[in-house]
Ligand binder design. Structure first.
Ligand code: SF4
Length: 320
């Protein structure tokens, strides 16, 4: 239930500027770091609940009510996107939520997933109503899969790959496959060619190569330099996902400090991310960030000359 005066949302955040999806309204339906993987590059830290158990983590009706309320108060986003702090296909009613959104709005729906559960027929069915599905494939074999994605014991490389192939055969929408490369881990030409050879069967509509653009929780994880990334992308017939640069002119009056905190809680953000995602002025973004820094709700970190803000996970622990 949303309080009409305060309008603090539990299951949605943003809109956030997305490099692939424009202004994207985030839908977060699994608890923080409940995931079937524990990727070395995850921006949210180590997975605390590694699971392949599907359940209704948040009531589908509450999620739909929040989406309806948000769309009434703000300019329409470019996409409504399932993503956030855990793996969305672990939610057993994601299919119902997708069909519920379709009844409310024609805004396209995207699902960002690690793709690990697509071998389950019920997961493939649940995603059939989405307009775009963005799964991951970061490894060309079991050894690299274990090294980079550190999956739950119930998922292995063969199973995951079979799921992706079956999904391609059944799913009528667009598949944009993301390959996340980490320097010194999976960025060799041999590894990228292995991944590329698997694309022949998966036939994604787009192959998108990504690397560390925001501070990962594990500081030893490093980005692949842009020139090398471009070379590897060419090798794989892929595109490099460019940094989001689109500018918007509408200014939203309703965004509050809680919206800023909700975005930062899902992934580290720069001041520009806040400004562009929430469509508020730079002054207002900086004011909210300064307040949140003062009260130690967030911390600032510099990565390659850019400042990013992330949740201060120690705040409450320090109090006790
Ligand atoms: S799949 Fe996503 S949320 Fe899960 S560990 Fe990997 S990067 Fe983090």
């Amino acid at each position: 239930m949303i309080c009409p005066e305060v309008k603090e949302y539990k299951h949605i955040f943003g809109p956030v500027p997305s490099r692939r999806l424009g202004r994207s309204l985030g839908v977060d339906i699994t608890p923080f770091k409940t995931c079937s993987y524990d990727c070395v590059y995850c921006q949210l830290g180590r997975t605390t609940e590694k699971s392949i158990l599907r359940k209704e983590y948040s009531p589908a009706s509450d999620v739909l009510e929040e989406i309806r309320a948000k769309l009434e108060e703000s300019p329409a986003p470019d996409f409504i996107t399932f993503s956030g702090s855990g793996e969305p296909t672990l939610h057993s009613r994601i299919g119902n939520i997708i069909s519920g959104i379709k009844k409310i709005t024609p805004i396209p729906i995207a699902v960002i997933t690690n793709g690990s559960l697509l071998w389950m027929p019920e997961v493939r069915r649940a995603l059939s109503g989405a307009d775009v599905v963005l799964p991951s494939l970061d490894a060309g074999d079991e050894e690299m899969f274990q090294k980079i994605n550190r999956p739950h014991t119930g998922v292995n490389f063969e199973k995951m790959l079979k799921g992706l192939n079956l999904f391609r055969k059944e799913y009528p929408g667009k598949i944009w496959l993301e390959v996340f490369l980490v320097r010194g881990v999976n960025d060799s030409e041999t590894e990228v060619l292995k991944i590329a050879s698997l694309m022949k069967d998966i036939r994604p509509d787009r192959i998108q190569i990504n690397t560390v653009a925001r501070p990962p929780a594990d500081k030893s994880v490093r980005a692949v330099p842009l020139e090398r990334l471009k070379k590897l992308a060419e090798l794989a017939g892929a595109e490099v996902i460019a940094e989001y640069r689109k500018r918007h002119t509408i200014h939203q009056k309703t965004s509050q400090r809680s919206d800023v905190l909700a975005i930062i809680g899902r992934h580290p953000c720069s001041v520009e991310d806040i400004q562009e995602g929430l469509q508020i002025t730079r002054d207002r973004s900086e004011k909210y960030l300064a307040e949140l820094l003062r009260e130690k709700s967030i911390i600032a970190e510099e990565v390659e000359g850019r400042v990013f803000y992330r949740m201060n996970v120690f705040k409450d622990k320090n109090k006790s």
